[in-house]
Design a protein around this ligand. Sequence first.
Ligand code: ZN
Length: 511
Amino acid sequence: MTAYENFQNHIAKLNDILNAISILKWDARTQMPPGGAQTRGNQLATLSRIAHEHFAGDETARILDAVEAEITGEDADSYRVRAVRQTRQYYEIVRRIPADLLAKKATLVPVSEHVWSQAKKHNDFASFAPYLQQMLDLAREQADAVGYQEHPFDALVFEYEPSVTASSLEALFEQLKAGLLPLLRAIVNHNRPLEKDLWQYDYPEDKQKAFGLEIAQKFGYDLERGRLDIAPHPFEVSFTRQDVRITTRYNRNYLPMALYGTLHETGHGLYEQGVDSALTRTALTIDFLGQYAVGGTSYGAHESQSRLWENQIGRSRAFWENHFDRLREFFPEQMAGASPDLLYRSVNRVRPSLIRVEADEVTYNLHIMLRVEIEMGLLEGSLKVQDLPEVWNAKVNEYLGLTPPNDSQGVLQDVHWSGGGFGSFPGYTVGNVMSAQFLESAGQQVSGLEDALQNGDYQPLLNWLTSNIYRHGRAYSAGELLERCTGRGLTVEPYLKYLRAKFTDLYQLPA
Ligand code: ZN
């Protein structure tokens, strides 16, 4: 056996263990009865320990030494060389994180998440504060262990979005705010009620599901390698490109919840189903730091695809011009007197709100920015945990013009910090910005793309995204993908241009 084959086998086993973990997690979040929680926790802990030992042990070092010697002189840009180089890079980082830090975190997370959910329920930030402090201390410890040049945030955001740093995000946010805040003010000033509220009717769940799945398949989601289930917190997960599952949740009145949940997760799913089959069970379909098997290269790159399909395609005027008639076949009474134009305007209402997951395209990034700014402050020590409710409310007021009536709808609304997920929020905004860059480039490089989308033909777009992004798995970083596809790094102009054009038209704003 060559050293490369030996390396492949070693990583393939890690893939198998991580995929098994993902299946257990999918089951826990969609099918498992509550009684299974405790023993499922044991199963996950055992498998996670096996995965960590398999990768972080000395055997990996010996295997890497041998394969590095064998591939010397090969094309530095090839998948083979990239696979070895990335494995070495992450191996060295994982080895820097002390085992007892990981153990402490693993023990603390379930308790901290439970305390958070109770605190959110009872509007009691004080009871959660000591746990948040412990999670923050562990995050700082991890940042110190991993190492960083400028800001502890850099070491943490690296796990989710290696292409950005605290300082690059600060610059990005300034540019976004300069574009978004005036746009939001103009929209609020031109806000008029719609002539008809479509979400006052009842939309049976089975029909919502059938319509959503039909659109997902039109986008290119392959049900031979996928399925749609219900989850209270929707997500997508892949166990290799051959089995890529999505979830959504239903509201009997508010049709957009399930439809756009499905289309969002479909975007994630298309990415995973589009990974080159040659990369299955290789180092280019593993997140070594997060310890799960995944083809998409970063949180931001993944989110760029979910948001592209959900918002730029699914919430476009052309989308409803193409699919309104079909929706009316499912819901003839509810859609009586409606039109593609009314649907378009109904699914694009902009309104500053307190809750991130309910935010529209214009206000969404403001929710992310305030969270990231707070995380940076906590990590560098300029903000204290006990001051968070006050700081949170001040930022919500500054960006959205609202005051949370309580901490449950304020600083306690998201699960992320209770699980120690510092550094994960920027991926949402980075993904939004990237999605516009990718779509702009696709428009320039694929002749007739706009006409195809006008006619509801999504194949040319899917082909471009697959050959430029999806098939590469994790071979290229998000920054490299942007450079290769668009000729430049992360830049806000295409995104702001898209939002301005769309909402100037929707709200008839002065140009
Ligand atoms: Zn997503």
